[in-house]
Design a binder for this molecule. Structure first.
Ligand code: WAQ
Ligand code: MG
Length: 262
C-alpha cells in the first residue's frame, strides 16, 4: 500500500504512508482493510491517493532470512542521537568525514517514499529514480512468528509497528549484495527514533534522531560498488520476496556514553 496527498506520487503528491505484508490467501481481505485504515488515518495528514496492489506468491519463490539482533541506545536529545549515529558509522569503518556526510545527506534529503542509494567510494547517489528512490518491497515476518515477536517486544518494552516493520526491512537490506549499512529515521512527526543497521552492529536503534513534530525522515543505503553489482543489489531490494523466519535477540538498552566508550 502507498498513499499520498495532493494526487499520485508520480504526479508530485506528498508521500503519506506505505506498507508491505505477506499473508496467507484467507487473510487478504482483512489485511486490505487494515492497510486502508493505515492509509486514511496517519499523523502526516489525510491521503487523497491510495494504491493497494496484490501479488500471488508461492513458498518456493521466497527466501528465508533471520532477523537482525536489536540493541537500543538511549539518548536525551536528537543532537546526541546524531552524534551517536556518526560514531556508529565510524565503528563499522567509515571515516569521520564520510560518516558526517551520510548523516547530513539524510538530514537534507527531499521527502520521498524510497531510500537514497549512495556509493561509498564517490559518495554520489546511484539510484536512478530521483523522486522515488529505492523502494524495498516483498518482506514480512513469517506468520507463525508474529505472536512470539510481539510477546518478546512487549517484554522488552519496545513493541510498536514502526519497529516491527523497520526490523523486517533492515534485515532484508543488510543481506543485499554490496550493502554495508543502512541509516534511517521515520518521517512520522510523532516518532523520533531511528536506527543504523549493518552486519556487525545488527539493528541498532537510537531513541531520538529528530525532534518531535518534525515530519522529515528517510533512509540511506550505503553501497560498496567494489564488492557487488548494482543490478544484483537493486534486484534483491526491489524484487526478491523474503520472509523473516528467526526472531531477533533483544539485547539490553545502553546509554550513548556506554556506546561511545565501548
Ligand atoms: N523502502 C525504501 N525506503 C522506504 C521504505 C521502503 N519500503 N519505506 C519507507 N522508506 C523511506 C521513505 O523515505 C520514508 O520517508 C522513510 O524511509 C521513513 O519511513 O526501532 O517508520 O516508514 O524504534 O516513516 C524506525 C524505527 C522507524 C526505529 C522508521 O520509517 C525503532 C519508519 P517510515
Ligand atoms: Mg512513515
Amino acid at each position: 500500500m502507498r498513499s499520498a496527498q495532493g494526487g499520485k506520487h508520480e504526479n508530485g503528491g506528498r508521500h503519506i504512508s506505505g506498507a508491505e505484508m505477506i499473508v496467507e490467501a484467507e487473510a487478504v481481505e482483512l489485511v486490505i482493510k487494515k492497510l486502508l485504515d493505515r492509509a486514511f488515518y496517519h499523523s502526516k495528514g489525510e491521503a487523497d491517493f491510495i494504491n493497494i496492489s496484490l501479488q500471488q506468491i508461492t513458498a518456493e519463490e521466497m527466501f528465508n532470512i533471520p532477523a537482525l539482533d536489536i540493541t537500543t541506545v538511549e539518548v536525551d536529545s536528537y543532537q546526541k542521537g546524531r552524534e551517536c549515529l556518526v560514531m556508529a558509522l565510524q565503528k563499522i569503518g567509515f571515516s569521520l568525514k564520510k560518516a558526517c556526510f551520510l548523516v547530513h545527506t539524510l538530514e537534507h534529503s527531499d521527502p520521498m517514499r524510497g531510500a537514497l542509494l549512495i556509493d561509498l567510494h564517490t559518495l554520489k547517489r546511484i539510484d536512478s529514480n530521483q523522486n522515488r528512490g529505492i523502494r524495498v518491497t516483498g518482506m514480512d515476518w513469517c506468520p507463525h512468528l508474529k505472536q512470539d515477536l510481539e510477546l518478546r517486544l512487549i517484554e522488552a518494552g519496545i513493541n510498536n509497528i514502526h519497529l516491527k516493520e523497520a526490523l523486517a526491512l533492515a534485515s532484508k537490506v543488510v543481506k543485499a549484495p554490496g550493502i554495508v549499512a543502512e541509516i534511517c529515521w521515520s518521517d512520522d512527526p510523532d516518532y523520533p527514533a531511528g536506527y543504523i543497521a549493518s552486519k556487525e552492529l545488527g539493528y541498532m536503534r537510537i531513541t531520538q534522531l529528530k525532534p518531535l513534530g518534525d515530519s522529515r525522515g528517510g533512509r540511506v543505503f550505503c553501497f560498496d560498488s567494489s564488492s557487488a553489482s548494482l543490478e544484483e543489489c537493486i534486484k534483491w531490494l526491489e524484487k526478491e520476496i523474503v520472509l523473516i523466519n528467526r526472531l531477533p535477540i533483544i539485547k539490553g538498552k545502553i546509554s550513548c556514553d556506554q556506546f561511545m566508550g565501548g
